[in-house]
Design a protein around this ligand. Structure first.
Ligand code: G3H
Ligand code: ZN
Length: 286
């Protein structure tokens, strides 16, 4: 069933595993992720950025597509449709109106007071409809869709500010930027685990790790032990699907049927997602 993130993340935090947020880019991504979740008996979060929603046909279309596939597949595991890096109150309101069960309001580029004010407004609206809310503090480096943060502007969240934001806004989960990066890492990631522990102890809410692509398993496990209950992955699925398409097309210069190259892409995404679900410990938890 379609649900908010609240219950699945509280359970994950308690039982020390993380639920994956896998971003949707098109139909094949959606099919692959839903199939992986059902096969693994894992809860799952479908992340939809504003750019990806625009590409696919809008928020309403995405909700209808997900609902139709879930009906077709007879999905039994909990599924959340989550606005990823929502850029404004209006975007969050539109997503909620379209049937999203969860939204992120990303006010991380604003001064703290403004971020708190904006996040609070979104929480007030979302909670009327039983929709969960994620907020962010500090700045995650790298690039994702419309969002691009230079290395120099990337910054670590300050635990006291995180505490204030979570307390004053009532968000359901929280993403402190602690050195993770959107897109591939240049070298090994350098995650701020000391601060992560502080943020966990101060806020008590499930924590979110963005930029899940390319983080070593030992860091994933450590993050989970420090209260991380949601890990976002997009680039890794994009890389594995692009690789599959390249291989198929390179092997046959005469091929033109999209089902013959997007089918293998879909399989590659499904395999990647299954691997993540096992690594995050969410398999068998639905
Ligand atoms: O919000 C989405 C994620 O943070 C994706 O990060 O593309 O580096 O896996 P990634
Ligand atoms: Zn992100």
């Amino acid at each position: 069933p379609l649900v908010s993130m609240t219950e699945m993340l509280n359970k994950a935090k308690e039982e020390k595993y993380a639920v994956g947020q896998f971003n949707l880019n098109n139909l094949e991504f959606t099919q692959a992720i839903l199939q992986a979740a059902e096969e693994e008996k894992s809860p799952v979060i479908l992340g939809v950025s504003e750019g990806a929603a625009r590409y696919m046909g809008g928020f309403k279309f995405v909700v209808k597509m997900v609902e139709a596939l879930m009906e077709e597949y007879g999905t039994t595991v909990p599924v959340a449709i989550h606005l990823d890096h929502g850029s404004s109150f209006e975007a969050c309101a539109k997503a909620i109106d379209a049937g999203f069960t969860s939204v992120m309001i990303d006010g991380s580029h604003f001064p703290l007071d403004e971020n708190i004010e904006l996040t609070k407004k979104v929480v007030e609206l979302a909670h009327i409809f039983g929709v969960s809310v994620e907020a962010e503090l500090g700045r995650i480096g790298g690039q994702e869709d419309d969002l691009s943060v230079d290395d120099a502007d990337a910054s670590y969240a300050i635990p006291e500010e995180c505490d204030r934001l979570v307390r004053e806004t009532g968000v359901d989960c929280f993403a402190p930027a602690l050195g993770s990066v959107h897109g591939p890492y240049k070298g090994e990631p350098n995650l701020g685990f000391d601060r992560m522990e502080e943020v966990m102890n101060l806020t008590g809410v499930p924590l979110v790790l963005h930029g899940g692509t390319g983080i070593p398993t030992k860091d994933i496990q450590r993050a989970i032990s420090l209260g991380t209950a949601k890990i976002n992955v997009n680039t890794e699925n994009q890389i594995s699907s692009a690789k599959a398409v390249r291989e198929v097309l390179a092997a046959d210069a005469e091929m033109y049927d999209p089902r013959k190259y997007l089918g293998p892409a879909r399989e590659a995404i499904k395999e990647t997602v299954i691997g993540k679900m096992r690594e995050f410990g969410s398999s068998g938890k639905a």
